[in-house]
Design a protein around this ligand. Structure first.
Ligand SMILES: NC(=O)c1ccc[n+]([C@@H]2O[C@H](COP(=O)([O-])OP(=O)(O)OC[C@H]3O[C@@H](n4cnc5c(N)ncnc54)[C@H](O)[C@@H]3O)[C@@H](O)[C@H]2O)c1
Length: 269
């Protein structure tokens, strides 16, 4: 089916890579114009180019979503360029404090216990919470204010994680940030429902993106992981993009405050 997003404008944070980029392209394939927001200029421009190649309008706005002023400037730029925002996919995120998307994989830690909370610098915790939770809140609010001004409602989709419900030793900061995104989604859904703005979240399983690259380079870990995924395969960015398309489109018009877990059964039970 094509044209499910005809006439719509979508802002996608983290749109330069992985899940965000796949969401941007999927929404564009269905007719949306796209604003890509990301920290990374070159990859962001490239993603905007890919959307244009699909025949849609696109621009890139360099944004650090953990900075309120950047999020306001992003929302302003989107409305200036395209007149409104119908959809936000908030996908910008990091897996740990030192993660750089598309960068050199980090050397493995000497032991897993090194990454336990009792051994982690407090700044690492703050960094992950700032980007993954505060950044999503700042982006959601900046975009929601524009949606309210325009008065057409809208759909906000926050990318959480299966880690929002399953604790992972060594990743307490990440798990807490994603559990926070889940609760943020539910609370904002109630606050924004009267404006016709729906707020939902996606909790992906293990998806093949730069974020999981270092883990995927270890064949033993991949086999262990696959053994825990009932559907027997890793997820693709497209799996998440299709879920985002559903939540962005009118097909999900009675959904708000929900989280969907496309994870091949990994976090079920
Ligand atoms: N890959 C997975 O298995 C998986 C699973 C569950 C949830 N997620 C979540 O999906 C989202 C996307 O991750 P991905 O796997 O596509 O990784 P990715 O590294 O491919 O993409 C993340 C993007 O976010 C951008 N970004 C990071 N910090 C930013 C900031 N402060 N401001 C603006 N942009 C910023 C990066 O530059 C990058 O383009 C993240 O929120 C991640 O936590 C991923």
């Amino acid at each position: 089916m094509n044209g499910r997003m005809d006439g719509k404008v979508a802002v996608v944070t983290g749109g330069a890579s992985g899940i965000g980029r796949a969401c941007a392209e999927r929404l564009a394939q269905e007719g949306a114009d796209i604003v890509i927001a990301d920290l990374q200029d070159e990859r962001g421009q490239e993603a905007a180019g890919a959307v244009k190649a699909l025949g849609r309008r696109a621009n890139f706005v360099r944004t650090d979503t953990s900075e309120g002023a950047d999020c306001e400037a992003l929302a302003d730029a989107a409305v200036r360029e395209f007149g409104k925002i119908d959809v936000l996919v908030a996908a910008a995120g990091i897996s740990h404090a030192l993660y750089e998307s598309g960068g050199e994989p980090r050397a493995p830690q000497a032991s897993r216990e090194d990454s336990y909370l009792i051994n982690k610098p407090a700044e690492y915790w703050e960094k992950v919470l700032n980007v993954n939770l505060t950044g999503v809140m700042l982006t959601d609010c900046a975009v929601a204010r524009k949606m309210i001004d325009v008065g057409n409602g809208g759909s906000i989709i926050n990318i959480a994680s299966g880690a929002a419900k399953i604790p992972i030793p060594g990743a307490a900061d990440y798990c807490v940030s994603k559990a926070g995104v889940w609760m943020l989604t539910k609370t904002l859904a109630l606050e924004l429902a009267a404006h016709g703005i729906r707020v939902n979240a996606i909790g992906p399983g293990f998806i093949e993106t730069p974020m999981t690259e270092s883990m995927r380079s270890d064949e033993t870990r991949v086999q262990q992981l696959l053994a825990g995924i009932p559907m027997g395969r890793l997820g693709q960015p497209q799996d998440i993009a299709n879920t985002a398309l559903f939540l962005a489109s009118d097909e999900s018009s009675y959904f708000t405050g929900e989280i969907l877990f496309p994870d091949g059964g990994l976090f079920t039970g």
